[in-house]
Design a protein around this ligand. Sequence first.
Ligand code: G6P
Length: 487
Amino acid sequence: HTQLRGDQVIVVSNREPYLHQLEDGKVVVRRPASGLVTAVEPVMRACSGTWIAHGSGTADRQAVDKHDRVPLPPGQHDYLLRRLWLTGEQEQGYYYGFANEGLWPLCHVAHVRPVFREADWQHYRDVNQLFADAVVAEARSEDPIVLVQDYHFALLPAMVRKRLPRATILTFWHIPWPNPESFGICPWRTEILEGMLGSTILGFHTRYHCKNFIETVDRYMEARIEHEHSTITFGGEQTLVESYPISIEWPAEEETKRWPTPAQSRAEVYARLGIPPDHHLAVGVDRFDYTKGILERLNAVERMLEKHPEWRERFTFVQVAAPSRGALDEYRSFQERIHRATERINARFGREGAPVIRLLAQHHEHDEVNKLYRAADVCLVTSLHDGMNLVCKEFVAARDDERGVLVLSRFAGAAREMPEALVVNPYHVEETADALHQALTMPAAEQRERMASLRSTVREFNVYRWAGRMLSDAARLRLRQRVSERV
Ligand code: G6P
């Protein structure tokens, strides 16, 4: 971004963009399954700078010196990754505990009760301080641009603001923000809000989440809210609350040229999974998470087969479920429920050697997932609640043949930008089953029309647009600050 040329950019996130894993005595580099990483990594490649994240790979400590900076992406060296190391207790309290048992269900409101423990909260505070100290240590000037990512770091903006009052702090909340009543059950709601209001700009995916946030502040704090400008003034500092719908990097032509054709992709996927050649294929790709509506999706597949017997023995559903947060009971019991539902439906409608549902609960690299997208007739995204959801955008980007149908939950932020999908309420099994049937029987011309329109939206509103809008708002506010300091 030209207005920011020369300014230092520091990103803070919990999840690192690459992890070094020790597998069979060898170090392999993996890309984690994370919408945040999918979106932020290309932006970092474009603007360089330093990315501070939690070192989580099993080989990280061996692979790099503790204090070293790792140049990334491997072989390309566009930016530096600085890993911070947490103790087992810190990871338990801050990441698994407060972030993922507290804030994650609190903000998603997906009928999993948030758990708040005093000890987790203390670790959350400590780790936020640790990362804030690292930001300050990395800063080469008194006014760096700090991009804070997600619910792991609600307290960090105010901590950085205290030490670097002139920093431009852009915080992006990648998950939904609930209404004030829902958020109000958090015992540390005021501390969290105060922490976030250390930001210069606070970004959410949708206007609706901004509105919820502003109402939450209005309900629980003494702050001045200017609705017209969407700003909140607290403790003499102003925060702009704005929506920036996140997206993906639109694949470059050189890349798409290397992709196997849809026909090749289909042949490979069918052969690898042993899917009978006359089957139609629907896919789902998610982290194995209870917010993704995987059970509702399976129920819809079952209902579709009940209502439309002509699809029995002519239809396969492949669900990729990337392992996620498996140390938490809630996640493990969710996994078990999904395995049981899969078995039940397969026993009912599958044949020997040709199950209806293929549950692939392993890590998949992007190329594999891309092949699946290109092989599929239908992609099912049925999140019960999702900030944005990038799987639907990746599916659309993969379909340069303008074929395939997207079934999309109305409770994903993406539904607002992608009305050409078949938009469903995933809690309504009947409606989702009907949409699946409609998708499977949609004429090619209609598929093409919808897909072409979806593709032009995602191509234009790509992740550089997301980052560009945020950074140009930042540049404007920096200029304003400089001018006002001069008078
Ligand atoms: C969501 C969150 C991200 C997170 C990702 C993967 O997309 O918003 O912050 O990185 O899930 O979850 P994990 O806990 O594995 O990082």
